[in-house]
Design a protein around this ligand. Structure first.
Ligand code: IPM
Ligand code: MG
Length: 373
């Protein structure tokens, strides 16, 4: 991983300074990111990590300040950073805006510009939260799935795309679902390598009975599988995968799939764990640089009320330490801290159940902090 020598360092004398770009974003983003940054600052001191922080604009807040969702300055900051922590982007305030500059476009653009092709979305059930899942405890207890979603290709980015008019004057919308062999291969490698460190199984999800692009996906995954004889590869159509995820989710270890199927299946898998408010994610480039964000969105309905669950963002910060910065000890410490506050019976509104104590965003963040001190 590169350390940009032009970076100023407030961590004086540290040759291992790591620059972290913080993008709070919109909605609940600033509230949850505030708690995660406190956690990072605390482990930074405790373990002398040499992290330096800088803030930037992405999404609706960037539109308000500069007119575009992903300003050039943010791109430059992102390129100079070793890792990026993002809250969430978007909200009703920007829903009517021209679609080319919607907040979500900023998120897609940063993923694309930094080539963050590999999106890791774990769906892990904390035993303390088994009751929060909408599925029976026996179906989900011990659940530990990793969804590897391709993030910079597929129908999200294919062209042509647009809304125009047919010759008869009828409106017509279209997108293009396209993958090259190399795009499939690199996310496939990530999935197989991840499986090696976990349960040793990869399930590749496609719609190869209908879509040519995913026929190729299946062929390439099958070829790649030959390089990983120690990993068990299976294939599943996406409709069946959606059904299996709620029928018998524990059959899965690593699921690898394209951008749009991964978007949908990862939301679905998140609910198996009780709350999307618990799930972190990593979006990785080939050089190890990564953008880390909670799987949930900006939740405008509860923004500014101090109700949001900061744990997914705090866990995203832990993933950042582990995957982009090779700092597994502080990452373990943060994750253990999250387990400890759940053991204490603290719950934000999204995961509260009988007998537990409901707390707000700040109190939850502070509770994690006190496990670190
Ligand atoms: C996600 C989100 C984004 C996506 C949106 C906000 C563009 O749903 O990260 O899953 O579709 O990728
Ligand atoms: Mg999504």
């Amino acid at each position: 991983m590169s350390t940009d020598s032009s970076i100023n360092d407030s961590a004086i004398g540290s040759s291992t300074t790591k620059k972290i770009l913080i993008l709070p974003g919109d909605g609940i983003g600033p509230e949850i990111v505030t708690e995660a940054v406190k956690v990072l600052e605390t482990v930074n001191d405790k373990f002398a990590l040499g992290l330096v922080f800088e803030e930037g604009l992405l999404g609706g807040c960037a539109i308000d300040a500069t007119g575009v969702p992903f300003p050039d300055k943010t791109l430059a900051q992102a390129k100079a950073a070793d890792a990026i922590l993002l809250g969430a982007v978007g909200g009703p305030k920007w829903d009517q805006i021209d679609r080319s500059i919607r907040p979500e476009r900023g998120l897609l653009a940063i993923r694309s510009e930094l080539e963050l092709f590999g999106n890791l979305r774990p769906a892990t059930l904390y035993p303390q939260l088994a009751a929060a899942s909408s599925l029976k405890p026996e179906v989900v207890s011990g659940l530990d799935i990793l969804i590897v979603r391709e993030l910079t290709g597929g129908i999200y980015f294919g062209s042509p795309r647009g809304i125009d008019e047919t010759d008869s004057g009828e409106r017509r919308g279209y997108n293009t679902y396209v993958y090259t062999e190399s795009e499939i291969r690199r996310v496939g490698h990530l999935a197989f390598e991840s499986a090696r460190k976990r349960g040793g199984k990869v399930c590749s999800v496609d719609k190869a009975n209908v879509l040519e692009v995913t026929m190729l996906w299946r062929e390439v995954m099958t070829e790649l599988g030959k390089d990983y004889p120690d990993v068990e590869l299976s294939h599943m159509y996406v409709d069946n995968a959606a059904m299996q995820l709620v029928r018998a989710p524990k059959q899965f270890d690593v699921i690898v799939t394209g951008n749009m199927f991964g978007d949908i299946l990862s939301d679905q898998a998140s609910m198996l764990t009780g709350s999307i408010g618990m799930l972190p994610s990593a979006s990785l480039a080939i050089n190890g640089k990564g953008l880390y964000e909670p799987c949930h969105g900006s939740a405008p309905d509860i923004a500014g009320q101090g109700l949001a669950n900061p744990l997914a963002t705090i866990l995203s910060a832990a993933m950042m330490l582990r995957y982009s910065l090779d700092m597994s000890e502080p990452a373990d410490t943060i994750e253990a801290g999250v387990g400890a506050v759940l053991d204490q019976g603290l719950r934000t509104a999204d995961i509260v159940s009988d007998g537990m104590r409901q707390v707000g965003t700040r109190e939850m963040g502070s509770a994690v902090l006190s496990t670190l001190r």
